[in-house]
Design a protein around this ligand. Sequence first.
Ligand code: HEM
Length: 514
Amino acid sequence: MDVDIWTFTILLSCFLISYMILKLIIGSSKTNNSNLNLPPGPRKLPLIGNLHLLAFSHTPHRILRDLATKYGPIILLQLGEISTIVVSSPETAKQVMKTHDLVFASRPSLLTPEIICYGNTAIAFTPYGAYWRQLRKLCTLELLSTKRVNTFRPIREEEFLNLCNQIASNVGSTINLTEMVGLTAYDITSRATLGKKTGEQAKFISMIREVIKYMGGMHIADVYPSIKMFRWISGLKIKLQKLHKITDGIIGNIIIEHKLHAKSITDHENKEHHEDLLDVLLKLQESGLELPLTTDNIKSVLVETFSAGNETSGTTFIWAMSEMLKNPKILENAQNEVRHVFDGKGYVEESGLDELKYIKAVVKEALRLHPPLPLLLPRESRERCKIDGYEIPAKTRVLVNAWAINRDPKYWKDAESFKPERFLDDNISVDYKGNDFKYIPFGAGRRICPGLAFGLANVELPIAMLLYHFDWILPNEMKPEDVDMTEAFGVTVRTKTDLYAIPVVTRPLPINSN
Ligand code: HEM
């Protein structure tokens, strides 16, 4: 949650302007909740409330964990105009995402998704209601179902093999794993979503990477929504509108190309043709859904799939690789496993990944210690409700500190250590589906991540392939304990520095794989 210094300074000066003070005072008296039994929390400052506690932090999940240690598992913060509760224990998370899931099934309206995703019409930031329900159903049954994700298997295998070939041609040199794997993930999403690679697609990828820079963090406009001037003051709105105009033009062209192509292909070609997500969305649009799916709605979902999908899986891959490079014994165990399973074939196939119990445990453990969205996505209460005996008024913003929960020593033995073995223990059978609230990297309840299968496939396969074909050496005689695990907050919490390593080929790549 990063409010840049420039905007924050402007904010403070602006508070000197009397009409604003007046407006805020009137605003706060309108929502006077002093008679309610509200959750505890730190003392608020006039006008900004508790904003100063998070405004300059690059690791808000850590600050919020420290506050929870002091005030308890449910705390109330005043972030500018926004009353926000933060829950930090499995029990309170369960109350938000299971017991009262329907009450907390909405999302607040935030500036970036509002502009980039056509007025919040993608799934993640759409408020709860009939439109979200329809979109979510399409997403679960059609777009991101396990069956659909499996149809993209050949794309994943081909693209990650291309990556391995690229790495093999750089053997002995230091490579930037973060960048190389990140770009491959974009290529995969791009082909799965929009079909075969085109120039327009490459432009779209580079624009989405630009958009993502603005997606993370807490913007001043989102904590003072009634003061419209903050939307303009930082220049953010103008930047976003410019980017939106460009992405809209590119995606518009891609949709036109798709429609023309669909008309021109013969019956024979049709049978050979692999449906991409845009094909599916266009078919659904034609099919006459209960609520019409407009072309802008389709564009919105495409933008979201690109942005939500890539960063989360890319981030998870890098955390898992960083942890293994930091813990050579774990890297060796994972390599032994994948080589034992695939040595007969000489290459890794996605269909064999289920045999990689240890590597799956490595990914699970990486997601426990480093959930890419440590505070999940913010929710908003739709009506008044009680949690742990405390009143939560309607329209309260809710953050679930999954990062703190996933490493709570009350529930996890040796909680801060990277130990994949803990997930091999039959007594710890937590899954990704948000059934056990002590482990929620994908969230839980109605708003749980629908891209789970898509995301995991893009993490497990490259790990298996990169560990099968290559040994990895740290550059510049770096020691394992020096691998940088500093976090950087953005659209996801990723490693602050890119991960570099030197590959050594140990299992040759399949000959006809170029
Ligand atoms: C390792 C990969 C991923 C992780 C860790 C992850 C994590 C999450 C989390 C924590 C949420 C919020 C859940 C909540 O509020 O309870 C979420 C929501 C969402 N994710 Fe993912 N995600 C991943 C991959 C993907 C992929 C690949 C896609 C799509 C291609 C995707 C699409 C979405 C969407 C659309 C939502 C919003 C759901 C809603 O509000 O109904 N995610 N994800």
